[in-house]
Design a protein around this ligand. Structure first.
Ligand code: 4FV
Length: 243
């Protein structure tokens, strides 16, 4: 069971993103224990203010440190000390499938969601044990990155995705892009499903899928080939396809 705490000023955004599909079922089944905390509940003024003007001037507002510190102390008291406190920000280490695997193996982690121009630096300095980015673009908040991290990590918790073999077959699990998927009808818009997939010849189907994944990775993400876990057949295929 994986325990996750999320600190945000928009708890409904997180709850909505966790209510459906495999992650929603995993929460109901008790495989995933996610608690969403509203930072405003950790303010002391009657207006529940969570932001303030930036020292040094400039546009926008900055999130105050006190609500984050108060919330994390409450989490430690109620849920135990977390294994990791993760700040989502564009300045973080790029999140990846490896990162998802690492987090899914932890017992308990906390996600800090920023809004406005960002969070007071002392939260990063004192509370965060690591920082993650989901990509080089600026979002209006850390909630969508938090949902991406939770979803990717949750899928790797045994039992969350019904048939674990589909997790093994996922893109990036072996460091390659996924092979093309088809379903009925066998012909659509004048386009046929590749014969081999209708053949029932499982060894031939596995070979076709591996080569399709290699080809797609070679065309679109050759950078991945350097780190992909390839077997002799796949390395041979790549050598031939390059020549
Ligand atoms: C982001 C990202 C991101 C920056 C300021 C929230 C926003 C605002 N987080 N990967 N890309 N965060 O854009 O993680 O507070």
């Amino acid at each position: 069971m994986l325990k996750i705490d999320v600190l945000t000023i928009f708890p409904r955004m997180i709850e909505a993103g966790l209510a459906e599909g495999v992650v929603g079922r995993a929460r109901t089944a008790g495989l995933l224990d996610v608690v969403v905390h509203n930072l405003r509940d950790f303010t002391t003024d009657k207006h529940h203010v969570v932001d303030d003007v930036p020292f040094g001037g400039g546009p926008g507002m900055v999130m105050k440190p006190e609500p984050f510190f108060a919330a994390l102390s409450a989490i430690r008291a109620q849920r135990g000390a977390p294994d990791a406190v993760i700040l989502l920000s564009p300045a973080g280490e790029r999140f990846s499938q490896d990162g998802a695997r690492r987090l899914s193996a932890l017992g308990h982690f906390v996600l800090l969601c920023g809004r406005y121009e960002g969070i007071d630096e002392r939260v990063r300095e004192v509370l965060a044990t690591e920082e993650l980015s989901i990509g080089d673009y600026v979002l209006s908040g850390g909630e969508i990155p938090a949902l991406a991290v939770i979803d990717a990590a949750a899928r790797l918790v045994p039992g969350v995705v019904g048939d674990d073999s589909s997790v093994e077959a996922d893109s990036f699990t072996r460091g390659l892009l996924d092979y093309p998927h088809y379903t009925r009808p066998a012909e659509f818009e004048g386009r046929q499903v590749p014969e081999v997939l209708l053949s029932g010849h499982h060894a031939e189907i596995r070979r076709w899928r591996r080569e399709a994944a290699l080809q797609r990775t070679q065309q679109r993400r050759p950078d991945l080939l350097a780190t992909a876990a390839l077997d002799a057949h796949e390395r041979e295929w790549l050598k031939r396809s390059k020549s």
